[in-house]
Design a protein around this ligand. Sequence first.
Ligand code: AMP
Length: 303
Amino acid sequence: MGIAMENQPQQQQHKNFQLLQTSSEASSEADKKRWTLNDFDIGKPLGRGKFGHVYLAREKRSNHIVALKVLFKSQLKQSQVEHQLRREVEIQSHLRHPNILRLYGYFYDQKRVYLILEYAAKGELYKELQKCKYFSERRAATYIASLARALIYCHGKHVIHRDIKPENLLVGAQGELKIADFGWSVHTFNRRRTMCGTLDYLPPEMVESVEHDASVDIWSLGVLCFEFLYGMPPFEAKEHSDTYRRIVQVDLKFPAKPVVSLAAKDLISQMLVKDSSQRLPLKKVLEHGWIVQNADPSGVYKG
Ligand code: AMP
């Protein structure tokens, strides 16, 4: 699940993967060295996921602050996600966008794999949403616009994200959103309410396991917009089977509270369309009146 590369020849992927073993921006031969733990000063823990821990770290030579994600090979093996990690790491390392968390590189030792990630100083968006319960229209529109731009960029590179949801978003120092997952969040600790993963953000075609394309991300952006404004996803239900039914029927109901503008509801309704070819294209999302009127043109929510 998660970030997926369309039509990328397998050989190309492996070649690119090799490139990651050089330093982050290495272009010259001299720079082509492998990272080791000795290259970093390790700071405070930033959090933990199923396969290991994330630490604040400083690259000694450049003083660059990063987040170092430490994954245990044994756990990756046990969960059979090594191949997926490889693929996702490779895709993410080639994406360069202000709203996509950079992956600078990786290295490993006998027991662990280390991912060198951009540090998102303001942490998890999910926690912020829990704290506020729901976001203002200005804040939601600013976030949705920045994600629409990031997804347009991804789709332009034939990358479908497939796993847009609050748990996969981090916040940078300026308050800018960063898409942060490696697409294997399906296997990580579930930060939601249920024990076995959430269907809430899946579009009808993925719930029904029929073919899907980049427009799955438009659906998820619509679900996200709803959750930003109402504090819960639109098709939430106690039982998975009910969420499933509500998604495939597009059982979309807008609660009376909090009060949300008609324009926001119009945009959500145009993204949550069962026929994926009829969903509002992301470029049109950016031109929608609600986005134009509410999103901060700087792309950053300043509070
Ligand atoms: P994960 O294993 O990706 O679920 O990460 C575990 C936790 O570490 C997350 O919930 C965040 O709180 C934190 N974290 C992960 N990556 C970063 C990052 N790049 N910058 C700041 N905090 C992070």
